[in-house]
Design a protein around this ligand. Structure first.
Ligand SMILES: *Cc1c(COP(=O)(O)O)cnc(C)c1O
Length: 399
């Protein structure tokens, strides 16, 4: 049952079958196989003879070599993620989304290079550019997420990489990814996308011309707020550089966490559909409230990213923002504190709803966030949306 190799399988089927190779789920001597790849914990791998040890000295992806290079539990998760992304050669796993982003940037950039980074990027991604990359002699220019084909004018002779995040996970601008990747390919510049919001289910990134796609598996892939991990999935052309860098950086993920991630992945399709549906119910309700300024949700027809979202995305996840019209920070705090069914906390993509106040104005440099109304971000979980709406109504009353 290694049907994840079949080209014609649809994503929901791939989620169910991914990583369940016979050699990872059973042993002919045991007379059968089990459904899930078991947790193989290892540092040392033992060989029968010196000849065996020497023969395996240059082992690659799916032969046991040393714990850091993974065990079948780790390979099963990487395999399942690769099977989900059409056009992918392989997937590397990192202990967090931030680690995956940093490793991807380190793998693809050298001193003297120039990086184009989207101004709406996740804040720690920006911090890595302004910190470690700057120290290494890599120059970063931040660009307007709505630049579209205008990216052509920003490419310099030293530009090696364009980094995208769409929709921006705080402000929800949708980028014209096909326009940007087409120009990047023409100019010999690589592209890397933080695809945590959409996952390959809603936006198959490589099929849209992206070279490397990153996910914080901590969010929707894991889906249960109990494990952290990040992934990089790449085309054949870029894969060797990423793998080389991964071996040198030496970051290893826990097989136990991989088993949790695999468990989350099996239900990603049904969870995403429900997160999206519940999120839209809440967003539509908010859009009709007098106390609400703007709802930042690309699936709403009035949203500035709606046309691009409709053209490129297969659905919506449950993360979006909205502003409180004419409110100040104290009123926003009263609103958030009054909610009973939303956890106050960072992260998102778990089964439980979360709320967080957000202040994008202080983070940006290439563009300005001019909306004076305070912003709130919601991660809509799997509760009944009617209960969430009743809760938000109580919150608005506390304004
Ligand atoms: C959370 C997040 C990350 C970082 O992931 P961690 O697993 O928390 O390190 C990266 N990008 C986006 C868009 C995120 O929301």
């Amino acid at each position: 049952m290694s049907s994840s190799d079949d080209d014609d399988l649809r994503p929901a089927t791939r989620l169910v079958q991914g990583g369940r190779r016979p050699e990872w789920t059973g042993d002919p001597r045991l007379g059968g196989s089990i459904v899930n790849p078991p947790v193989w914990r290892a540092s040392t791998i033992l060989y029968d003879t010196v000849a065996d040890l020497k023969a395996r000295g240059h082992a690659t992806h799916d032969k046991l070599y040393y714990g850091r290079r993974g065990t079948p539990t780790v390979w099963a998760l990487a395999d399942a993620l690769t099977a989900l992304e059409p056009g992918a050669e392989g997937t590397l796993l990192y202990p967090s989304g931030v680690a995956a982003n940093s490793a991807g940037l380190l793998a693809l950039l050298s001193p003297g290079d120039h990086l184009l980074m989207v101004d709406s990027a996740y804040e720690p991604t920006r911090a890595f550019c302004n910190g470690m990359l700057a120290r290494m002699g890599v120059r970063t220019s931040f660009y307007d997420p709505l630049v579209g084909a205008g990216i052509a004018e920003l490419i310099e002779p030293e530009t090696r990489l364009i980094f995208l995040e769409s929709p921006g996970s705080l402000t929800f601008e949708v980028q014209d990814i096909p326009a940007i990747t087409a120009i990047a390919r023409e100019r010999g510049v690589l592209t890397m996308l933080d695809n945590t919001w959409a996952t390959p289910l809603l936006f198959p990134a490589l099929a849209h011309g992206v070279d490397v796609t990153m996910m914080s598996l901590t969010k929707y892939a894991g889906g249960h707020s109990d494990a952290m991990m990040g992934s990089l999935t790449a085309t054949k052309a870029v894969w060797p550089r990423l793998r080389q860098a991964a071996y040198q950086l030496g970051q290893a993920v826990s097989p136990d966490d991989c088993a949790l991630m695999l468990r989350g992945l099996r239900t990603l399709d049904v969870r995403m559909a429900r997160h999206g549906e519940n999120g839209l119910a809440v967003a539509n309700w908010l859009a009709g409230r007098a106390a609400v300024g703007r709802v930042l949700h690309p699936a709403l027809p009035g949203d500035r990213g709606h046309a691009l979202w409709t053209r490129d995305f297969k659905g919506t996840s449950g993360l979006f923002g909205f502003t409180l019209k004419g409110a100040d920070d104290a009123a926003r705090t009263r609103f958030v504190d009054a909610l009973a069914h939303f956890g106050i906390g960072f992260s998102w993509g778990g089964y439980e709803s979360l709320v967080v106040p957000a202040d994008p104005a202080a983070i940006r440099t290439a563009t300005r966030w001019t909306d004076p109304d305070p912003l709130v971000r919601l991660s809509i979980g799997l509760e009944d949306p009617a209960d969430l709406i009743a809760d938000l109504e109580r919150g608005l009353a506390a304004l």
